[in-house]
Design a protein around this ligand. Structure first.
Ligand SMILES: [Zn+2]
Ligand SMILES: [Zn+2]
Length: 135
């Protein structure tokens, strides 16, 4: 099941929708809606902003990662360094089993639920992102 989620430009709510629906709408304010184009599934073009570039990243909560490191550091003196090793192992396992998300550079729409990701989609690139942030 492929789902998209997007931060609403109108009310800042993050809404999620299955892509069987042709019209995707913010479920909170109904103020933002767009037609889901099948080109979006090949990642040729974003249905919302017409951007042609996407990147992939792990669907991993960065705050959780930081939290684990903090916990590991606090426990460090009591565990003779073992806590940090444990944190690193947990982090590695999380990254291994966590799915990847595809994100549109421009409007930051996210796509989840792909078993095999398109090879053409690259990892996040700062230079590309900067180009979009300026607009
Ligand atoms: Zn909204
Ligand atoms: Zn977009």
């Amino acid at each position: 099941m492929i789902r998209v989620s997007k931060n609403c430009n109108n009310c800042k709510n993050v809404y999620t929708a299955k892509i069987q629906q042709n019209i995707i709408k913010c479920d909170k304010c109904q103020g933002e809606s767009f037609f889901f184009n099948s080109k979006n599934l090949n990642f040729e073009q974003c249905s919302f902003c017409n951007c042609r570039e996407f990147y992939k990243r792990k669907d991993f909560n960065q705050n959780l990662g930081c939290f684990l490191v903090v916990i590991g550091s606090i426990l460090l003196p009591f565990t003779y360094g073992i806590s940090l090793v444990v944190v690193l192992i947990i982090d590695m396992l999380l990254h291994k089993y966590i799915d990847e998300v595809i994100v549109c550079y421009k409007c930051k729409m996210e796509f989840r639920g792909f078993k095999n990701l398109e090879k053409s989609i690259k990892l996040f690139d700062h230079h590309t992102a900067e180009l979009y942030d300026k607009n």
